[in-house]
Design a protein around this ligand. Structure first.
Ligand SMILES: C[S@@+](CC[C@H](N)C(=O)[O-])C[C@H]1O[C@@H](n2cnc3c(N)ncnc32)[C@H](O)[C@@H]1O
Length: 244
């Protein structure tokens, strides 16, 4: 019981539950709790894909570049079942070059490779997470051909996006607001330089404040085209067209 409540007492857990119910409604609250319990303790996604991507990692406990820490959030994975549903529904073409910006332990890269995209890149700044992501890719249940489409690149997302030729970028709340704006400018710059429309799939837990979604919606180059919520995880799909 103590483990289930984490740092909460019974009364603070009850208050939190009541606040969640008020803010999200019972359906989203139950979905969120189900997703969290599964990801933390039952780990159906990791078992199914033969990977280790669950849990949270404080970046201060890794060799993440010290001067970038203020711009970053801690590691935590996207709900895998929710992401799989969204990627399936999106039906991106097989020619897609897909990039998970801040790929952590590589969960989304494994899922993207399962969709048979031409190339999947995971960009991650923490060397320990890159190493663990490569182990996950090497041992996951995908075919050798699908695994071969994945590359894990140890780099700062901002540097990587300066020359990237990817078509689709995935982000699970990896950055602070100010850094997110710099990243959006960089992606918009790439769209114009390459004269092609890019896609951004932005996701966050439904309990997170939606200031990041508002930041993207407020950026002149990005247009919200789809949104969906599964297992307490919200997804927003934006297109980013080249400037004229
Ligand atoms: C919330 S986790 C998301 C993990 C994964 N994308 C997923 O959805 O399961 C965010 C990740 O972004 C990484 N990150 C943060 N800032 C970064 C940066 N400037 N360059 C590269 N990776 C970064 C962190 O190390 C962390 O692993």
């Amino acid at each position: 019981m103590t483990r289930l409540l984490g740092t909460h007492s019974v009364s603070s857990a009850w208050n939190r539950l009541r606040n969640l119910m008020r803010a999200l409604g019972w359906f989203n609250t139950c979905a969120l709790i189900l997703g969290t319990v599964d990801d933390r303790w039952i780990k159906t996604f990791d078992r199914r894909y033969r990977v280790r991507t669950s849990g949270f990692i404080n970046l201060r406990e890794t060799s993440f570049k010290a001067e970038r820490l203020k711009d970053a959030t801690q590691y935590g994975p996207t709900n895998g079942w929710a992401a799989r549903r969204v990627l399936r529904d999106l039906k991106l073409p097989p020619t897609t070059h897909f990039c998970d910006i801040g790929c952590g332990l590589g969960r989304i890269c494994v899922l993207a490779a399962e969709m048979n995209y031409a190339r999947v890149t995971g960009v991650e700044l923490a060397p320990e997470l890159c190493e663990a992501a490569r182990v996950n890719v090497a041992h996951c249940r995908l075919s050798a051909a699908a695994r071969a489409t994945i590359q894990i690149v140890q780099a700062d997302a901002l540097d990587y996006c300066t020359t990237s030729d990817d078509d689709v970028f995935f982000m699970f709340r990896p950055f602070s607001g100010e850094f997110l704006t710099r990243m959006l400018d960089r992606i918009a710059g790439r769209a114009s330089e390459q004269k092609k429309t890019l896609t951004l799939i932005y996701t966050e837990r439904v309990v997170a404040t939606d200031t990041h979604r508002q930041t993207i919606s407020g950026h002149a180059a990005f247009k919200l085209t789809k949104e969906a919520t599964h297992y307490g995880q919200a997804f927003f799909v934006f297109t980013c067209a080249p400037a004229h």
